[in-house]
Design a protein around this ligand. Structure first.
Ligand code: ADP
Length: 664
């Protein structure tokens, strides 16, 4: 005998000894079980049935009908169901019947199944019923459905494409946005289809390959930038994310896809890029125009000064021509040494004045190099600008019978770090405007003082002043009240220059009384230990053998005379070739050459000399000396640039410098 037979025997014995066992079991079940006769009277029932019907006990139920417990409408329904069952023998399977729990008053939903009971002859003699309380399950189902619905609404409201594909890449879910993207009416139209039904073959293949790769490796695709154009679309750019969906065992069962349409965005991005580059071009164009405007304005200012400069020059030439004529025509005068020396001194002073006018002019027209900045002494800058503009405020006005008094209130102020020619242009403009505002004369005051962290320049005139409207607009480009005469760019240029120097400008004006421009420029940060100016030890000038190359006879003669006056030996050449030939023949201590010469240029001469003797000091003497220095031009082979016109002193200094420079 095996164990199973053993257990079965024990159980059979137990049931035999306890006939109430099944009864207890049936009463303990949560399912309602009942038996009715063909008159629908309860013949038997379990506790769960009595409970839901509201009978105090099973015994109370026996012999009674539903009418004893339920309202007549409910009874009528149950009664007709049961009569039909008795008539046809057709069972009632899981019929939903709402019931009210008689004890708690709760609404319950019961699924009722009723089966016919037949006697041995097959005649229906009653029914057996089962009731299953589904209330909880129903609630849970309804809740789930609600959740599903709201999730669905959410998914369908999203503008992004959302879909689920099975492992064969067939659509099993899709939202409305995705259906529209695929040009079908509803998400259901996609079910069971694949991308091959909608996309050109190459695109569909690439999607399929990606998805199969995800299924194989489990690696998601995150925000892949792809072209999703269906057969009916043009170009649609989509950022696609595809992630694998796994079952509880971790097996990949589907792929969830999310697509974000970036077509518009990318178009905007492209447009933005194009606009940006167009803007860049316009800006460059504007910068070029601005440079051109500034250049024109400078030339205009230069033009305005031309008449004054002519005047200055004529003034300078007067004593030069007058006295030299006198001396040449009246040789007797030479006997009166004191008078002759006085005349010569006047000639010299006038010539120096003239050379300074030229120098200032060259400072003005030297192109402003925006990037070149240095520490600038504002007092010096004002002095030189006033001198430079003197022809305009002094001589030109005097010619018109007006007198302008210039007062410079200079104080010890901090230097400013900036671009000298730009700042000079700025001041020139303000001075010109002040002069324009005082056609009948007046006072121009330039005041300089510190107002930490700024160095302040105030330019005040006692002219016509401005109305409030003019004051508000005067810095705008092309704004002018001087029709025909004014270009309206002066102050906008001033403003631009000050802004480039990180400063600011204010204007105060009273109509009929005058105007003050207040310019604040940041103080320069001075080095803590100021570099001591190098003091060259006075070098004893030794007598030298000089090779002088210049094509202009008058220059050659003057320079030769000056050099000989200092006891140097001088050999001259009228052009580069002659000079080089001489240099090859004889030994010299120093070479002085002009720059612009017909045939061989001074630059070429210098480099040839250095080829022959690299240690030979070479001085370049040129009318463009200042410009070259400004532009920091120094041709190879040249040790020192000296500006024409030279004086005996400047020539002497240059020789000492060039020779000592070579010795170091
Ligand atoms: P422009 O001098 O060519 O007219 P600006 O830009 O230099 O151009 O000046 C613009 C305007 O500002 C002038 O036309 C003038 O009306 C006014 N303005 C400038 N400076 C003064 C000043 N010192 N006094 C009175 N008005 C001035």
């Amino acid at each position: 005998m095996n164990n199973h037979t053993d257990e079965r025997d024990t159980l059979a014995l137990m049931l035999k000894n306890d006939p109430g066992f099944f009864r207890t079991l049936i009463d303990a079940l949560p399912i309602q079980i009942f038996v009715k006769d063909t008159k629908s009277r309860f013949v038997a029932a379990n506790t769960a049935t009595a409970k839901i019907i509201g009978a105090a006990s099973v015994a109370e139920l026996i012999g009674k009908t539903d009418l004893d417990f339920f309202p007549i409408e409910a009874w009528t329904e149950y009664q007709s169901d049961e009569q039909q069952l008795f008539a046809t023998g057709k069972p009632i399977i899981e019929k939903e019947e709402p019931k009210i729990d008689k004890i708690t008053g709760e609404k319950r939903l019961v699924w009722i199944t009723k089966l016919p009971v037949r006697d041995k002859s097959g005649k229906i003699i009653g029914l057996v019923g089962f009731g299953n309380d589904m209330t909880e399950r129903k609630h849970a189902e309804e809740k789930l459905q609600e959740e599903r619905n709201s999730l669905r609404v959410l998914i369908d409201t999203l503008p992004d494409y959302i879909y689920v594909k099975d492992t064969q890449s067939r659509f099993i879910e899709s939202n409305i946005a995705h259906a529209h993207h695929m040009h079908v009416k509803s998400p259901d139209d996609l079910l069971g289809k694949t991308d091959f039904d909608f996309y050109p073959k190459d695109i569909a293949t690439s999607f399929y390959t990606d998805e199969q790769e995800i299924i194989r490796t489990g690696k998601p695709i995150i925000q892949k930038d792809e072209i999703n154009s269906t057969l009916q679309d043009h170009t649609v750019r989509v950022l696609t994310t595809k992630i694998p969906l796994r079952d509880t065992k971790g097996r990949i069962i589907a792929i969830v896809g999310v697509g974000h349409d970036i077509t518009k965005l990318s178009k905007m991005e492209r447009n933005l890029g194009e606009t940006h580059s167009k803007l860049g071009n316009t800006l460059n164009e504007l910068k070029r125009t601005q440079d051109q405007i500034i250049e024109n304005e400078r030339m205009r200012a230069l033009g305005q000064m031309a008449s004054g400069i002519t005047h200055d020059f004529n003034n300078a030439l007067t004593p030069i021509l007058g006295y030299s004529d006198l001396l040449l025509n009246g040789p007797d005068l030479l006997d009166d040494k004191a008078t002759a020396i006085n005349m010569l001194n006047d000639i010299r002073t006038a010539a120096i004045d003239a050379s300074q006018t030229v120098r200032r002019l060259s400072e003005f027209y030297a192109p402003a190099r925006k990037t070149e900045r240095k520490t600038i002494d504002i007092n010096k800058l004002i002095d030189s600008t006033l001198a430079l503009t003197r022809p305009k405020w002094k001589e030109e006005m005097a010619a018109k019978g007006a007198n302008i008094q210039v007062v410079s209130e200079l104080n010890e102020v901090h230097n400013v770090y900036g671009n000298e020619s730009q700042l000079r242009e700025m001041l020139t403009n303000l001075i010109f405007n002040a002069v324009d505002a005082m056609p009948k004369g007046g006072t121009l005051t330039i005041n300089v003082h510190n107002e930490a962290p700024f160095t302040v320049i105030k330019v005040t005139d006692t002219g016509m002043g401005m109305t409030e409207e003019v004051r508000q607009h005067c810095f705008e480009p092309f704004f002018t009240t001087k029709h025909k005469r004014g270009g309206g760019l002066g102050l906008s240029m001033v403003h631009g220059i000050i802004r480039q120097h990180e400063g600011n400008i204010d204007v105060e004006s009273i109509e009929g009384k005058g105007t003050t421009f207040i310019i604040r420029l940041p103080e320069a940060v001075e080095p803590v230990f100021g570099e001591k100016t190098k003091v060259d030890k006075p070098v004893e000038i030794q007598q030298m053998k000089v090779l002088l190359i210049d094509d202009e006879e008058i220059v050659r003669q003057t320079v030769e005379a000056c050099l000989k006056g200092d006891k140097h030996t001088v050999h001259t050449a009228t052009d580069g070739n002659e000079g080089i030939a001489l240099f090859r023949k004889e030994h010299f201590d120093i070479v002085i050459t002009d720059r612009a010469m017909p045939g061989m240029s001074g630059d070429h001469v210098a480099s040839e000399i250095k080829k022959i003797n690299p240690n030979m000091p070479v001085i370049m003497l040129t009318g463009f000396g200042h410009v070259m220095k400004d532009l920091q031009q120094r041709p190879a082979g040249v040790d020192l640039i000296v500006s024409k016109p030279v004086t005996r002193d400047s020539l002497r200094d240059s020789l000492i410098k060039a020779v000592s420079h070579k010795k170091h």
